[in-house]
Every structure is written in structure tokens, then in C-alpha cells.
Design a protein around this ligand. Structure first.
Ligand SMILES: NC(=O)c1ccc[n+]([C@@H]2O[C@H](COP(=O)([O-])OP(=O)(O)OC[C@H]3O[C@@H](n4cnc5c(N)ncnc54)[C@H](OP(=O)(O)O)[C@@H]3O)[C@@H](O)[C@H]2O)c1
Length: 285
């Protein structure tokens, strides 16, 4: 069993990675700015939660957090443009401290096709990957496609205005966060040189088809408005580098996940909120 530090172990992806690692008997520590309350759905028992802001932590503090750690799994995120600096800063902080510690491998979670996009978020992710891949510590990058909770949040946010921007041409390959978490924890056992792997879910469908399924499932009413695939995010989706048809992982489809996580509600209002599965609040992709 390994001693693992999950950076961002309280986030959407990180909290599920923490749970999967604990279920396999690993010793798990998590750092994030806030520590979850024991009543939070993201709290996992027997995890050593520590508060640490990667922007401001000293190397001494990071050294303490890395004490006795074999593997680091980086599940950080920065949603706003300014917050995205955390990818580069955090990676530099972690690699500097890891080089002085017992850490034998770093696993970084990332996004499919990020290195082929000029969307600012993906450029920041590519910078983050590069800092790790250029470091002295062997690194595995696990890139994956959008997770179902994120897709739900995006649809829910848009539906508040009763308009969901869609595209027949843009395709997604959403994945179950619990299924990708198992793949991420598998990488703890990697021993070879640096590696980048990409995974998507079992099913590929257009944004329009996925939105229609969400509307049918939730009973919400919204107009599906076709939008042109413009700007950096449009180019990313149009090019198809956001999906990996040859690398499907997991078995859960969007419909199965919705049935399991957010069973259909009897609609009481056409504009009231649908429940957010797993306590996940809407955020930008
Ligand atoms: N969500 C998806 O659909 C998806 C798909 C593919 C890949 N990914 C990858 O997964 C990663 C994580 O995404 P997510 O959706 O899990 O994000 P998230 O829910 O926003 O979680 C981000 C985590 O980072 C922590 N964090 C943020 N700033 C920090 C700082 N300055 N110092 C220390 N901790 C900090 C947060 O805790 P505090 O706020 O308490 O600090 C939280 O634990 C992303 O980088 C992305 O590349 C996500």
C-alpha cells in the first residue's frame, strides 16, 4: 500500500479519487484551501485533510505535507482566468518540494486534447502538464473527457434561462467520475518513464442529443438553440480533439448515470431547479 497525497482532494474529481484510493487500502492525505466538514458528501473518513493554499504555501509547509508520501495525485482546478494560474504555480510548488522528498511518482489529471487547443483553460492545463513532465519526478498524465456531474451542471445552469445552447456537430464522450477515478488510482502503480494517457466514456453523442436526454429526464423545459462553433472553445469542439473514440473506458452511459444519480422528478414547476447530483454546484467546464 502506498502513502498518497491528493492535491485538491476535496474537489469533484479529487474527492472521488480519495475515496477510491482509501477503498484500496492506501493511506491518503489531501490538501486544499478549505477542509470539508464531516457532514459534506465529499468528506471521506480516515483521510488526513490539511489546509494549504498552493499560491502562498512555503516550501517548508509543502515539505511537511509531503513527509512520508510516496505518490502525489494532482486534482487541482482553477475555474476563473485568474485562478487558472494555480495550475503552473501549483505544479512548480509541488515539483520543487517533491524533488526534496520521498515522492517516487506524480499522477496529474488533465483534459483530453488540451495540448491541441488555444482555449485559455486548456493552455493553462498544458502548461501544468509541462511543468510536471519536465520535472525530475516520473509523471503519469491521465487525461479524460467531461464527467457527468459537470455536464449536468452546465445543462442546469443554461436551463435557468430556458435556453440551452447546443450543437449537432460538437460531440462529447462523457464519463463516470467513479470509473475514471479507478483508472487514476491504477496509475499509482506505474513505474516506467513519463506517460500521457487519454480516456473517454463508453458513448459518443452530440451536445444536442445529450441536452435532449437531460430535458427528457428532468422534465425541464428549455429551447435548444443551435450555436455556431466559434472562438477557441468552438474550435476545440469542432475539431473533435475533445473525444477519444479509440480509448473508451467504463460502462456507464449518460442515461444510466442520470437514472442512478438523479432519478426522474415529477416536475412541479417549469422553471424550478433540478437537484444537483452529489452536491455538485454548477461551475464552468
Ligand atoms: N470536471 C470535469 O468534467 C473534468 C474533466 C476532465 C478533466 N478534469 C480535470 O480534473 C481537475 C479537477 O477538476 P474538478 O472538476 O475536480 O475541480 P474542482 O471541483 O473545482 O476541485 C478543485 C480542487 O482544487 C482545490 N484548489 C483550488 N485552488 C487551490 C489552491 N490555491 N490551493 C490548494 N487547493 C486548491 C479545491 O479546493 P479549495 O477550493 O478548498 O482550495 C478543490 O479541492 C481539473 O484540473 C481538470 O483538468 C475535470
Amino acid at each position: 500500500m502506498a502513502s498518497i497525497l491528493v492535491v485538491g482532494g476535496t474537489g469533484l474529481v479529487g474527492s472521488v479519487v480519495v475515496r477510491a484510493a482509501r477503498a484500496r487500502g492506501h493511506e491518503v492525505r489531501s490538501i486544499s484551501r478549505e477542509i470539508p466538514a464531516s457532514s459534506s458528501p465529499r468528506f471521506v473518513p480516515d483521510v488526513d485533510y490539511r489546509a494549504c493554499d498552493l499560491y502562498h504555501a512555503t516550501q517548508h509547509q509543502l515539505g511537511e505535507n509531503l513527509q512520508g508520501v510516496d505518490i502525489v495525485i494532482d486534482c487541482l482546478n482553477g475555474v476563473s482566468h485568474v485562478a487558472q494560474a494555480v495550475f503552473r504555480v501549483g505544479a512548480a510548488q509541488i515539483t520543487d518540494a517533491a524533488a526534496q522528498s520521498s515522492v517516487s511518482r506524480i499522477v496529474v489529471v488533465s483534459d483530453v486534447g488540451c495540448d491541441q487547443s488555444d482555449f485559455a483553460y486548456y493552455e493553462a492545463k498544458t502548461d501544468q502538464e509541462a511543468v510536471y513532465l519536465d520535472s525530475a519526478v516520473p509523471t503519469t498524465v491521465v487525461r479524460f473527457t467531461v464527467v457527468f456531474e459537470q455536464l449536468w451542471s452546465i445543462a442546469q445552469s443554461a436551463a435557468r434561462f430556458r435556453v440551452i445552447p447546443t450543437s449537432e456537430r460538437a460531440q462529447l464522450q462523457p464519463i463516470d467520475v467513479a470509473e475514471i477515478a479507478e483508472v487514476i488510482v491504477d496509475a499509482v502503480g506505474d513505474a516506467g518513464p513519463d506517460e500521457i494517457r487519454s480516456y473517454g466514456g463508453p458513448e459518443i453523442a452530440s451536445v444536442r442529443a445529450l441536452s435532449q436526454q437531460w430535458l427528457a429526464h428532468t422534465g425541464r423545459r428549455a429551447v435548444l438553440v443551435p450555436v455556431p462553433l466559434v472562438f477557441a472553445i468552438g474550435r476545440y469542439l469542432r475539431s473533435g480533439v475533445n473525444i477519444v473514440p479509440e480509448s473508451r473506458r467504463g460502462r456507464t452511459t449518460w442515461q444510466e448515470w442520470m437514472n442512478r444519480t438523479a432519478p426522474p422528478q415529477v416536475p412541479t414547476s417549469t422553471c424550478g431547479p433540478s437537484p444537483a447530483p452529489n452536491g455538485h454546484e454548477p461551475s464552468a467546464a
